[in-house]
Design a protein around this ligand. Sequence first.
Ligand code: FES
Length: 126
Amino acid sequence: MEELALKTKKLVLGQVSVCVGCCCGNTANGRPAVPVEWLKKEWRARGLLKRIQLTMSGCLGPCDVPNIVTISNESGTQWLGNIDEFEQYRELLEWAVASRNAARLLPLPKSFRGHTIDPFSHTLRH
Ligand code: FES
Protein backbone atom coordinates (compact mmCIF):
# COMPACT_ATOMS: atom_id res chain seq x y z
CA MET A 1 0.00 0.00 0.00
CA GLU A 2 1.17 3.51 -0.78
CA GLU A 3 2.80 5.31 2.12
CA LEU A 4 0.49 8.10 3.25
CA ALA A 5 1.59 11.50 4.47
CA LEU A 6 -0.78 11.67 7.42
CA LYS A 7 -2.30 9.33 9.97
CA THR A 8 -5.44 9.44 12.09
CA LYS A 9 -6.07 7.75 15.39
CA LYS A 10 -9.76 7.60 14.55
CA LEU A 11 -9.72 4.47 12.44
CA VAL A 12 -13.07 2.89 11.59
CA LEU A 13 -14.26 -0.25 9.81
CA GLY A 14 -16.13 1.83 7.28
CA GLN A 15 -18.20 4.90 6.62
CA VAL A 16 -21.87 5.16 5.74
CA SER A 17 -22.75 8.46 4.09
CA VAL A 18 -26.44 9.26 3.84
CA CYS A 19 -27.21 12.00 1.38
CA VAL A 20 -29.44 14.79 2.63
CA GLY A 21 -28.40 17.36 0.08
CA CYS A 22 -30.57 19.49 -2.17
CA CYS A 23 -32.70 16.56 -3.37
CA CYS A 24 -32.28 13.43 -1.25
CA GLY A 25 -34.71 13.51 1.65
CA ASN A 26 -36.19 16.81 0.50
CA THR A 27 -39.83 16.00 1.17
CA ALA A 28 -40.86 19.57 0.33
CA ASN A 29 -39.84 18.75 -3.25
CA GLY A 30 -41.69 15.46 -3.23
CA ARG A 31 -38.63 13.30 -2.49
CA PRO A 32 -38.87 10.41 -0.04
CA ALA A 33 -37.86 11.15 3.53
CA VAL A 34 -34.56 10.21 5.15
CA PRO A 35 -34.93 9.36 8.87
CA VAL A 36 -31.94 11.49 9.88
CA GLU A 37 -32.64 11.87 13.59
CA TRP A 38 -33.66 8.22 13.96
CA LEU A 39 -30.43 7.08 12.29
CA LYS A 40 -28.26 9.31 14.48
CA LYS A 41 -30.07 8.18 17.64
CA GLU A 42 -29.86 4.48 16.76
CA TRP A 43 -26.24 4.70 15.63
CA ARG A 44 -25.37 6.12 19.06
CA ALA A 45 -27.67 3.80 21.04
CA ARG A 46 -26.28 0.70 19.32
CA GLY A 47 -22.68 1.72 19.98
CA LEU A 48 -21.70 2.13 16.34
CA LEU A 49 -20.21 5.62 16.41
CA LYS A 50 -16.57 4.66 16.92
CA ARG A 51 -16.61 1.69 14.58
CA ILE A 52 -18.68 2.70 11.57
CA GLN A 53 -18.71 6.37 10.75
CA LEU A 54 -22.17 7.74 10.00
CA THR A 55 -22.12 10.90 7.94
CA MET A 56 -25.11 12.97 6.92
CA SER A 57 -23.84 14.35 3.66
CA GLY A 58 -24.50 17.24 1.35
CA CYS A 59 -25.23 16.38 -2.28
CA LEU A 60 -23.23 13.34 -3.35
CA GLY A 61 -23.94 13.95 -7.03
CA PRO A 62 -26.49 11.70 -8.72
CA CYS A 63 -29.56 13.75 -7.71
CA ASP A 64 -31.73 12.26 -10.44
CA VAL A 65 -31.87 9.07 -8.35
CA PRO A 66 -33.47 9.75 -5.00
CA ASN A 67 -31.90 9.01 -1.65
CA ILE A 68 -28.30 8.10 -2.27
CA VAL A 69 -26.23 6.23 0.32
CA THR A 70 -22.56 5.35 0.04
CA ILE A 71 -20.67 2.73 2.02
CA SER A 72 -16.89 2.99 2.02
CA ASN A 73 -13.99 1.11 3.46
CA GLU A 74 -10.41 0.41 2.46
CA SER A 75 -11.65 -1.67 -0.48
CA GLY A 76 -13.65 1.12 -2.11
CA THR A 77 -17.11 2.63 -2.15
CA GLN A 78 -20.47 1.04 -2.83
CA TRP A 79 -23.15 3.41 -4.09
CA LEU A 80 -26.85 2.83 -3.47
CA GLY A 81 -29.90 4.72 -4.66
CA ASN A 82 -33.63 4.68 -4.10
CA ILE A 83 -33.16 4.10 -0.40
CA ASP A 84 -36.58 5.50 0.17
CA GLU A 85 -38.30 3.27 2.72
CA PHE A 86 -37.83 3.36 6.46
CA GLU A 87 -37.35 -0.41 6.50
CA GLN A 88 -34.26 -0.04 4.30
CA TYR A 89 -32.67 2.28 6.83
CA ARG A 90 -33.53 -0.22 9.56
CA GLU A 91 -31.82 -2.95 7.48
CA LEU A 92 -28.76 -0.73 7.06
CA LEU A 93 -28.64 -0.25 10.82
CA GLU A 94 -28.86 -3.98 11.50
CA TRP A 95 -26.19 -4.63 8.86
CA ALA A 96 -23.95 -2.05 10.57
CA VAL A 97 -24.46 -3.73 13.96
CA ALA A 98 -23.63 -7.13 12.48
CA SER A 99 -20.57 -5.65 10.74
CA ARG A 100 -19.38 -4.05 13.97
CA ASN A 101 -19.77 -7.40 15.73
CA ALA A 102 -17.84 -9.16 12.94
CA ALA A 103 -15.12 -6.46 12.99
CA ARG A 104 -15.44 -6.02 9.23
CA LEU A 105 -18.00 -4.69 6.75
CA LEU A 106 -20.19 -7.64 5.85
CA PRO A 107 -21.84 -8.00 2.43
CA LEU A 108 -25.00 -5.94 2.26
CA PRO A 109 -28.31 -7.78 2.58
CA LYS A 110 -29.66 -9.16 -0.71
CA SER A 111 -32.50 -6.67 -0.60
CA PHE A 112 -30.04 -3.93 -1.65
CA ARG A 113 -29.04 -5.70 -4.87
CA GLY A 114 -31.55 -3.73 -6.89
CA HIS A 115 -30.21 -0.45 -5.50
CA THR A 116 -26.62 -0.38 -6.71
CA ILE A 117 -25.50 2.53 -8.86
CA ASP A 118 -22.20 3.78 -10.28
CA PRO A 119 -21.95 7.57 -10.62
CA PHE A 120 -18.62 7.56 -12.39
CA SER A 121 -18.38 7.79 -16.15
CA HIS A 122 -16.49 5.02 -17.82
CA THR A 123 -16.71 6.64 -21.24
CA LEU A 124 -16.26 10.41 -20.73
CA ARG A 125 -12.71 11.41 -21.49
CA HIS A 126 -11.16 14.71 -22.49
S1 FES B 1 -28.90 15.58 -3.07
FE1 FES B 1 -28.41 13.46 -2.92
S2 FES B 1 -27.29 13.12 -4.74
FE2 FES B 1 -27.72 15.23 -4.82
